[in-house]
Design a protein around this ligand. Structure first.
Ligand code: UFG
Length: 340
């Protein structure tokens, strides 16, 4: 077995998929999660898919004392830090909840890595740091725009915390992965996204509408300056995204980083409109979706998609799963959750 990786937030959507891909690639995994926005089904799914009895610690990364026990107990040199709140609207309504949780947990990870002599960290950043970009597609050099939510601000601040920490502490190597719009589920349908309450993101709302849990999907705006009037996003399959974490960790372990702090976009390089996504979902899964056009959602950017050249060249990583397969996997997962 290769080295062990601590996956904070590993019971959640992207964390659980990444745990699976790490194990598939021969890494050991320890999952730390306080289950604040997930449950044990994510961990059990990882164990079932891989056949490995992955260790799980129920701990809040904001509780440094409790979190330090994970560093005492397990021998890992690398950390992938997913543990964070991620609801944009909630972060606007309750910014302190986001600053306290997302910043403190990340600072604790870095402090503990230093205290316990651990070296490599991947941080979950987001395309949200680009805001409404002046040029498309966005490269890693595209200037960040001032954040429009506390959530987005925590992503920018954590990137800066990582940059400054790596600059100051020689033993530390960091990679920030800027995710575009992660969707879909593992082909086994044993793990996937489990939003609590009314989904805020497009694909979970679509699958819940198809399952009859929601009556009607609202398409937020059809009068944007885009070919069909709806917003454009770069929808990245969650398994492809998970694999980007594996190559990022391996790059640091193998000493292949060009600089000790690096940033990579993780997307497909394609912009897809909301209408295209909805129609694709209907076609691939052979069903009709109840939807209507609704007013624009405040805060939405018109269009964003990734330039993925840097990840392709430096990480040797490329999105592989087709949008059709991803949309089929999202529906298979929803059916699994609903017992359909
Ligand atoms: N949309 C709808 N109806 C819905 C939900 C979404 O039409 O019920 C549209 C949105 O208006 C947007 C597109 O679908 O045009 C995608 O919306 P999501 O909420 O799925 O994703 P966002 O692009 O808004 O969110 C992403 C990430 C966040 C990040 C945010 C920055 O999921 O983590 O970008 O704006 F913060």
């Amino acid at each position: 077995m290769k080295q062990t990786v601590l996956v904070s937030g590993g019971a959640g959507y992207i964390g659980s998929h990444t745990a699976v891909e790490l194990i598939n690639a021969g890494f050991g995994v320890v999952i730390a999660d306080n289950l604040s926005n997930s449950d044990m089904s994510g961990v059990e799914g990882v164990r079932k898919i891989t056949g490995v009895d992955v260790p799980f610690v129920n701990v809040d990364c904001c509780d440094k004392e409790a979190f330090s026990k994970v560093f005492e107990q397990y021998d890992f040199d690398s950390v992938i830090h997913f543990a964070a709140y991620k609801a944009v609207g909630e972060s606007v309504a309750d910014p302190m909840k986001y600053y306290r949780n997302n910043l403190l947990s990340f600072m604790n990870v870095i402090d503990l890595m230093r205290e316990y002599g651990r070296h490599n960290i991947v941080f979950s950043s987001s395309a949200t740091v680009y805001g409404e970009a002046d040029q498309l597609p966005v490269t890693e050099q595209t200037p960040r725009k001032p954040a429009t939510s506390a959530y987005g601000n925590t992503k920018q601040m954590c990137e800066d915390i990582l940059r400054d920490s790596v600059a100051a502490y020689e033993a530390l190597n960091g990679i920030a992965l800027r995710y575009f719009n992660p969707i879909g589920a593992h082909p086994s349908a044993l793990i996937g996204e489990l939003p609590r309450g009314v989904p805020q993101n497009l694909v979970p709302f679509i699958t819940q509408t198809a399952a009859g849990v929601r009556e009607c999907l609202s398409i937020f705006g059809d009068d944007y300056p885009t070919p069909d009037g709806s917003c454009l996003r770069d929808y990245i399959d969650v398994v492809d995204l998970a694999k980007a974490h594996v190559v990022a960790i391996a790059r640091m372990i193998d000493g292949k980083s060009k600089t000790r702090y690096e940033i990579f976009n993780v997307g497909t390089g394609n912009g897809t409109s909301v209408f295209e996504l909805v129609r694709g979902f209907e076609r691939v899964n052979n069903l009709k979706l109840n939807y209507k056009v609704a007013p624009r959602r405040p805060g939405d950017v018109v269009a964003i998609w990734a330039d993925t050249a840097l990840a392709n060249e430096e990480l040797g990583w490329k999105a592989e799963r087709s949008l059709d397969d991803t949309l089929a996997s999202a529906w298979a997962w929803e059916k699994h959750v609903r017992g359909l």
